[in-house]
Design a protein around this ligand. Structure first.
Ligand SMILES: NC(=O)c1ccc[n+]([C@@H]2O[C@H](COP(=O)([O-])OP(=O)(O)OC[C@H]3O[C@@H](n4cnc5c(N)ncnc54)[C@H](OP(=O)(O)O)[C@@H]3O)[C@@H](O)[C@H]2O)c1
Length: 243
């Protein structure tokens, strides 16, 4: 049984998979969760074939009971949680004058509400880990769209701004409990989510999922005296006013 354990939502592909793989390589017992069971199980099999201990729990993360089921299954498997990666997310582009309530709700529920409730659900185990070794970690995947509002991605941007705010508030609440909270804010990363833009921004010019995973490794290596509220990842040509 691994000495430390991590839970990664949206762990079946892209950024979540890269973080999950890095944590597994570093000896963490792993739970990955995502929506589509077949895709998730295929990912889990790949990680197992690489020699890693992986539990895979399919769940619609926006459903509170299903989300609780993921945490309960993780607790049953490992009895502890050292790293929570709130990464599941969805981006649905629409101009503001055509916003549809269904897409607004879905983005708020998946990107924000589920992350909030997942954090609540995991805090008892994270507090135990923090008391033990002072380096428990919550990573919330935000976006550069959460640093500068993006046209046609207004709702997505709003949820990611909120993720950064929630991350800061969480850090304040867990101050002194051995838990660090970091919001990750990448620009275009080469994942299935950015397929729509690869005609204009080639995949090889995008940030790589392993870049994000290395940042999580860095967060786990800093001393307990050092908290990192957020990390922004940009491509050299990015011009969202952040460089
Ligand atoms: N790629 C980028 O350029 C970029 C930039 C900034 C931030 N981000 C953020 O990074 C995170 C990961 O995205 P990615 O780029 O790695 O895309 P991805 O490969 O499409 O991964 C998204 C993950 O979230 C899961 N997911 C989506 N909706 C879900 C739901 N309702 N319930 C449970 N799981 C759900 C997906 O599972 P299924 O496939 O089964 O739905 C998948 O595992 C997201 O929060 C995204 O907003 C991405």
């Amino acid at each position: 049984m691994a000495e430390r354990a991590a839970l990664v939502t949206g762990g079946s592909s892209g950024i979540g998979l890269a973080i999950a793989r890095a944590l597994a390589e570093d000896g963490y017992g792993l739970t990955i969760s995502s929506r589509r069971a077949d895709k998730l199980e295929a990912t889990a099999e790949t990680l197992r074939s690489e020699g890693h201990e992986v539990h895979a729990i399919a769940a619609q993360i926006a459903d509170e009971d299903e989300m609780k089921g993921v945490v309960a299954a993780h607790r049953d498997a490992y009895g502890r949680l050292d790293v929570l990666v709130n990464n599941a997310g969805v981006g649905l582009g629409e101009p503001i004058h055509e916003l549809t309530a269904k897409k607004v709700d879905l983005q708020i529920e998946v990107n924000l509400r589920s992350l909030m409730l997942m954090t609540r659900e995991c805090l008892p185990m994270l507090r135990e880990a923090g008391a033990e070794h002072h380096k428990a970690l919550i990573v919330n995947t935000a976006s550069v769209a959460g640093k500068a509002g993006q046209a046609w991605l207004s709702v997505y941007s709003a949820t990611k701004f909120a993720v950064i705010g929630f991350s800061q508030a969480t850090q304040r609440e867990v101050s002194g409990q051995g838990i660090g909270v970091t919001a990750l804010a990448p620009g275009f990363v080469d994942t299935p989510m950015t397929e729509f833009v690869k005609e204009h921004v080639p995949a090889e010019e995008m940030i790589q999922p392993t870049d994000i995973a290395e940042a999580v490794r860095f967060l786990l290596k800093t001393s307990p005296n050092c908290v990192v509220p957020e990390i922004v990842f940009l491509r050299p040509s990015d011009s969202e006013g952040l460089l």
